[in-house]
Design a protein around this ligand. Structure first.
Ligand SMILES: Nc1ncnc2c1ncn2[C@@H]1O[C@H](COP(=O)(O)OP(=O)(O)O)[C@@H](O)[C@H]1O
Ligand SMILES: [Mg+2]
Length: 249
């Protein structure tokens, strides 16, 4: 199954919101886990009423020091309310150290029947972040359709699509049409990167997803969830069909 790594290049365009919504919408017949692999993270536990550290990415790093085990991974996961498994991270130094230690490729291989959705936060140039992206089957970058974000994306798209296809999700409103972003990405990378879809600007839906009382409604009816559904279906399809790695094409 697939290792899908999601992140951003600038600002807070809604990676965690997208990743959690996609995790909720992931096809029921497939086993999935969301992993918060973000040293600036710490968002999932408070938003979904989970314990920030017990268990977490940090406790998982400690028990997997001498090798990955499927049982230990599932024991380190909590569950999103009425949703899929999630490995949370509180953020900060301990999360940073855990990220340096965990070999996501080995984790992925130890979970052959599971799709892993990894919220990597900001795509940094650091070694552990680059190693994580290198193990991915698909890299998803979330960005608003504005010039500054597009300029950074086009600058980094070649590097980010070296090992796996880079799929952009355009979040919210802005002056650049999605078709133009898609064309620019394809041209810059020689078709190794393209736009997967767009997610509507919906502050109410995003807030609802992160609230105990608004979650069910947000997941069923919000514009955010409805627009994310298209992204989820495409991602799930690519994950099961297998996406050719650019270097193998
Ligand atoms: N599609 C969206 N429309 C409007 N607001 C959003 C959307 N996605 C996220 N948000 C809001 O933006 C803020 C940052 O979202 P978050 O998902 O934490 O971003 P990131 O993980 O990229 O830092 C949150 O307040 C969230 O509710
Ligand atoms: Mg985040």
């Amino acid at each position: 199954m697939s290792l899908v790594v999601l992140g951003s290049l600038k600002g807070a365009p809604g990676v965690t919101t997208l990743a959690t919504c996609v995790a909720y919408q992931w096809p029921r017949h497939r086993r999935v886990a969301l992993v918060e692999a973000d040293a600036d993270g710490g968002a999932v536990a408070p938003r979904f009423g989970l314990h920030p550290t017990q268990p977490s990415l940090v406790s998982f790093a400690a028990v997997s020091r001498h090798g990955m085990s499927e049982t230990e991974f599932w024991s380190a996961c909590q569950r999103l309310p009425d949703g899929p498994a999630v490995l949370v991270a509180a953020g900060g130094e301990s999360t940073g150290a855990a990220l340096e230690q965990i070999d996501f490729g080995a984790l992925h291989r130890s979970l052959p029947d599971t799709d892993l959705l990894v919220d990597a936060g900001r795509f940094r140039a650091s070694k552990p972040a680059a190693r994580l992206r290198q193990q991915a089957d698909v890299v998803v970058v979330v960005l608003p359709p504005c010039f500054e974000s597009l300029a950074v994306l086009l600058d980094r798209a070649g590097g980010l699509s070296e090992r796996a296809p880079l799929l952009a999700v355009v979040a919210g409103d802005g002056p650049y049409p999605v078709a133009e972003i898609d064309a620019a990405l394809r041209q810059t990378t020689g078709d190794r990167a393209w736009v997967l879809g767009s997610v509507a600007a919906d502050a109410r839906g995003a807030a609802g997803l992160a609230s105990d009382t608004g979650r069910v409604r947000a997941l069923r009816r919000s514009l955010l969830a409805r627009s994310t559904r298209v992204v989820t279906d495409l991602l799930a399809h690519l994950s099961s069909a297998g996406v050719p790695r650019p270097d193998a094409a």
